[in-house]
Design a protein around this ligand. Structure first.
Ligand code: ARG
Length: 461
């Protein structure tokens, strides 16, 4: 029996059971964190007088050797040792002999695995925040070139009012800013240290939990050992923030797919972000935004999966909780790669200003402004709306856009129309008339851009 817990067993583990209950197939990704947590634990054991200086030094050296082998790609893992914690411990004992067995004093795999996950997500959350900021920067840079680029704004995917392209893109800047804020808020809860909670009830050894927490960069410790080993809220929180990030990426991706269609031709994604068809040689497919749109599904699925695992679990640790990992790793990988592709895809895309500009001349998206014009002449908005409705209907029947109508035609609907109506109806005046804070006029968008710039600067301070 070479298993670390083999003492009370008389039979070998069934082979499928051994393989299926093992988590080493995926939790090897926690190897760095596991060693880091063990180092903090052994330093603390020594300073509390639980291990002698000599024992601690041997364990420390042993852990460094294991760490070096890991980084050199020379550490092998086996199912027989079940998970990353026991694989590392086994390697340590192989390196330094029986004294390695003292590392686990006052510790359980239950607080150990929780510690590893906290360390892992703390690091990943910070990295993802940086990647979000890169995407925001790409949006900001592109928007800076397009405050005066005009395109139709849509509601119900029907032409609504002309807007600036920068305004449209900056909407996503603020979505990603909220995502950034959500991750930032979650850091204070990821920063609770579970280490020292033991299996569930604490330990009889005179440990110092604040000490290990500090060494590992955590802000504080869980006040309750049972909560410490059974809490996975911090992963759920990360996964739900990730779902919203992917939702935003998916919405933006959908816009790119639509805009790149022949029918719109508003943008063209760079060749390096598209693929071709094996049968239709003319095609250039927006595969990247399509995949990003689709991958929201797996991230949402991972979130629901973990919530379902946790629902109804009694305290404290249950083996069910081992199922938290694959979904978490997958979500981390999916979000990281999505953001990694999104920033350069935005930076390299071509914006077809002229096509967008032409589009706003072939619709009725300036209709609201005739209504506002009549309101300024004293008409109640409702009445004005009714008048314009009739004008639009007339235009549709006559095959004329509003700017094609003559003053006489306008005056046939209301006597208040004067020659100045034509300037009002120019799409650019329509856009620039929306000067309210957060609106689409060039002046308002430039203000917004400044605010976005300050937001980015704060992140690098
Ligand atoms: N591999 C386990 C997990 O990922 C580690 C904790 C095991 N604890 C236990 N009591 N079996 O959850």
């Amino acid at each position: 029996m070479s298993k670390l817990w083999g003492g009370r067993f008389t039979k070998e583990t069934n082979k499928i059971v051994e393989k299926e209950t093992a988590s080493i197939g995926f939790d090897y990704k926690l190897a760095e964190q596991d060693i880091e947590g063990s180092l903090a634990h052994v330093y603390m054991l020594e300073s509390q007088g639980i291990l002698t200086k000599h024992e601690a030094a041997q364990i420390e050296q042993g852990l460094f050797t294991v760490q070096k082998k890991l980084r050199d790609g020379q550490l092998s893992f086996s199912y027989e040792h079940e998970d990353i914690h026991m694989n590392i411990e086994k390697h340590l004992i192989d390196e330094i002999g029986a004294v390695g067995g003292k590392l686990h004093t006052g510790r359980s795999r239950n607080d150990q695995v929780a510690t590893d996950m906290h360390l892992y997500l703390l690091n990943k959350t910070e990295q993802i925040m940086t990647k979000l900021a890169d995407v925001q920067q790409a949006i900001y840079d592109l928007s800076g070139e397009h405050t005066d680029t005009i395109l139709p704004g849509y509601t119900h995917l029907q032409r609504a009012q002309p807007i600036s392209f920068a305004h449209h893109m900056l909407a996503y800047f603020w979505m990603f800013e909220r995502d950034y804020g959500r991750l930032n808020d979650s850091l204070k809860r990821i920063s609770w240290s579970p280490l020292g909670a033991g299996a569930l009830a604490g330990t009889t050894f005179p440990i110092d939990r604040e000490d290990t927490a500090r060494r590992l960069g955590f802000e504080t410790v869980y006040p309750n050992s049972m909560d410490a080993v059974s809490d996975r809220d911090f992963i759920v929180e990360f996964m739900s923030a990730a779902s919203l990030i992917m939702t935003h990426i998916s919405r933006l991706s959908e816009e790119f797919v639509i805009w790149m269609s022949e029918e719109f031709s508003f943008i063209e994604l760079d060749d390096s972000f598209c693929t071709g068809s094996s049968i239709m040689p003319q095609k250039k497919n927006p595969d990247v935004p399509e995949l990003l749109r689709a991958r929201t599904g797996r991230v949402n699925g991972n979130l629901v999966g973990l919530l379902t695992v946790l629902k109804g679990l009694p305290l404290a640790y249950n083996k069910d909780m081992q199922e938290d990992k694959e979904g978490m790793f997958d979500t981390v990988h999916t979000v990281e790669t999505a953001l990694d592709m999104l920033a350069p895809m935005i930076a390299s895309m071509t914006v077809n200003r002229e096509t967008m500009q032409r589009a706003v001349h072939t619709d009725y998206s300036n209709a609201t402004d005739i209504a506002d014009y009549l309101v300024n002449k004293g008409l109640p908005f409702r009445e004005a709306h009714e008048v314009i409705g009739k004008i639009v209907l007339y235009g549709l029947n006559e095959n004329k856009y509003l700017l094609d109508l003559t003053l006489e035609e306008f005056q046939a609907f209301h006597t208040s129309f004067e020659d100045d109506i034509f300037a009002v109806l120019e799409p650019r005046s329509v856009m620039n008339a929306r000067t309210s804070e957060g609106g689409t006029s060039e002046t308002a968008v430039k203000e917004q851009l400044k605010q976005a710039g300050r937001t980015l600067e704060k992140k690098t301070e």
